[in-house]
Design a protein around this ligand. Sequence first.
Ligand SMILES: [Zn+2]
Length: 197
Amino acid sequence: MKILKVGDTQRAACDQCKAFMPVTFKLRTVPFSDGVGTVKNVLVGVCEHCDSVVVLPHQSTPLVKKQMDAQRKALESRVPAHMVDILNLASVEISGGTEFVPVLIKFYIHSLSNNEISSRDIPRYLDSELAKGRSQKRISIKGRLVAEEIDRLKDITSIRSTTDIIKAVVLKINDDVLVKKKIGMIKQLKNIVAATA
Ligand SMILES: [Zn+2]
């Protein structure tokens, strides 16, 4: 296998130009073929005429796979069993069923990380009685942006562990939906249920 370097050139078929065109290898950020997500700084062959990416060299495929896996991998945290019960109860409260749990937790992570919901109380939840208990169940969250949003939430709250972030988010959901039954929040969540059902 010939290893290519940035700046190397060859000729390759360009779909846009419908011809064999001179191609230069460059580092580019390119979208996944399914359009969901991007691969950053990957060596690809770019058509000199129309600037479209026409070659993905073999040497770049491990990097593409690594970045795809990182963006798709589910985030898993072990939590006390009652936290899963809280999520199920809150989901039933809003949608009548438990199938809304993944959307509910992602909505909160997203909104807290963007300051659309205040994260001021988040660290306090970790001192509460409900934060205690052996971690015997697993919460799994899938999504391309979730890891990034959790990192942002860690910065905002100065909580370092991902599991603690998840626990605090669950207890925030408990407080909003089950304890205080915040009308505005429940209405907003019901709208999302209606939109995603
Ligand atoms: Zn072209």
